[in-house]
Design a protein. Structure first.
Length: 82
């Protein structure tokens, strides 16, 4: 599967993983845009309480260690077909 196809699958609610990640319980998922009112740090000291934050859509990764982190495709990821 090419990256563009994988991205569309994520936008449709599917979890996506690279072939080399099998067995490591790692996957990517789409986080849609949202809005929320700032009420905690670190955003509180940056924007102030009550600020309406627009959170842009993006892709997150669930890592092998169990963390969820923002993910950015590398050139290798973009060219892959797995």
């Amino acid at each position: 599967m090419k990256y563009g196809e994988a991205y569309e699958e994520m936008k449709n609610g599917k979890l996506v993983a690279r072939e080399g990640w099998n067995g490591k319980n790692m996957f990517l998922y789409y986080v849609p845009s949202s809005e929320f009112i700032v009420n905690r740090e670190p955003l509180l000291s940056i924007f102030g309480e009550g600020y309406e934050m627009e959170y842009h859509s993006h892709v997150d990764m669930k890592t092998a260690q169990g963390y969820c982190v923002p993910w950015l495709a590398s050139q290798v990821d973009l060219a892959a077909d797995d």
